[in-house]
Design a protein around this ligand. Structure first.
Ligand code: AMP
Length: 356
């Protein structure tokens, strides 16, 4: 497929804030963004050129969407595998490939894939029953974390096991195929966001340092407080993963950094990422523009960081501070247009650039 000309249609599966910011970036380059979502009045649909509202298994609607879009990408990774198959059957070009989606959707497959690429993970074992949990604990030891293999996000679908006694009944709490993971007493959490183009070129953003509150990303800081060797290690892991998947698009890998500088890959997101929102003002090319460029077969843009950065998420009622933030000349304010501020819902973010 040749590079898409401006005026082409780029389909995005998912209608949340990531789709909204992708639509804004796509419009900047002259593309029409078509959102596919199962949600009426979604944050993305209100800024996109077109929206299809239907279920992720509606073959007829997905086929029309595939035929309308010159390329299809996605903004959330829980798109059912069947959806990607329907799109490909209908002749869509899907970038990144559904293989990356399938791996990222299952924590066991994801960690196995990392190990296969020589990327270090926490010790882990599959758990399909309470008996399996006992065996896995013997192997891995406590403390550990039991996590559902699929559909966990922002810390949901997890049980901490501090002592062997906590394991009693733990499987029943999740009641789904799971993995047990050894607990990593990490010093900090970082994420690496990078993109790979159709020509195989790779562009890395600087490493992000992430702080979570109640399992949800609260704050991202750049530069991360790690040495150049840690950053180089993260880039080497990213390169292996991107190349093994013949990946096209933006990919994020989250790592734990141990006190001795060891990097442990926790998970990957085959998409733009919350910890990369700072790139809108803080880098020469935002992660959203980069994703559009990669999907369209354009050359990747430069990722140079322009300043030290603090990005704060506005979660739940934190977005009510918008009048003060709007009056703060140092705060670049983004609100996602969500109608209701539910507990734990990401409503917006603020980026501050610290120029020296
Ligand atoms: P996850 O859903 O895997 O991203 O986990 C959510 C958060 O739980 C992470 O950002 C960590 O803060 C924490 N966490 C997850 N896995 C581990 C682990 N193996 N050891 C220590 N903390 C973890």
């Amino acid at each position: 497929m040749n590079a898409l000309a401006p005026g082409s249609k780029i389909g995005v599966l998912g209608g949340g804030q990531l789709g909204r910011m992708l639509a804004q970036a796509g419009a900047q380059l002259g593309f029409d963004i078509v959102i596919y979502t199962d949600e009426d009045d979604s944050p993305a649909s209100r800024v996109a050129a077109e929206t299809v509202v239907s279920g992720y298994k509606d073959r007829a609607a997905l086929t029309l969407f595939a035929q309308a879009a010159d390329v299809v990408t996605f903004e959330f990774e829980n798109v059912p595998a069947a959806t990607a198959e329907i799109l490909i059957d209908a002749g869509a070009h899907v970038r990144p490939s559904p293989r990356a989606l399938a791996i990222a959707q299952d924590r066991f497959d994801e960690k196995s894939f990392f190990l296969h690429q020589g990327v270090t993970t926490a010790p882990f074992a599959p758990v399909a029953s309470q008996d399996d949990l006992g065996l896995a604990l013997e192997k891995i030891g406590a403390p550990a974390i039991l996590k559902t293999r699929r559909f966990g996000y922002d810390g949901r679908g997890q049980v901490r096991i501090e002592t062997m006694a906590d394991a009693q009944g733990a499987f029943a709490k999740l009641d789904a195929p799971s993995i047990l993971e050894g607990f990593c007493a990490f010093e900090r959490e970082v994420s690496l966001i990078a993109a790979r183009g159709t020509d195989g070129a790779i562009a890395f953003y600087d490493l992000c340092e992430n702080q979570h509150k109640n399992g949800i990303l609260a704050r991202t800081l750049l530069p991360a407080s790690v040495g150049a060797d840690v950053e180089a290690g993260a880039r080497a892991a990213m390169t292996k993963v991107l190349e093994a998947l013949d990946y096209v698009g933006v990919l994020t890998i989250e790592f734990f950094v141990m006190a001795d500088g060891t990097l442990i890959a926790n998970e990957m997101a085959p998409r733009v990422h919350n910890s990369g929102h700072w790139t809108i003002e803080g880098a020469l090319t935002s992660q959203f523009e980069q994703q559009i460029r990669a999907a369209a077969g354009w050359p990747l843009g430069p990722t140079t960081r322009l300043a030290d950065i603090e990005m704060l998420n506005l979660v739940g009622d934190e977005a009510e501070a918008w009048p003060a933030l709007a009056a703060d000349g140092e705060a670049r304010l983004h609100l996602y247009g969500k109608r209701e501020a539910r507990l734990g819902r990401k409503m917006g973010h603020v980026t501050r650039l610290k120029r020296g």
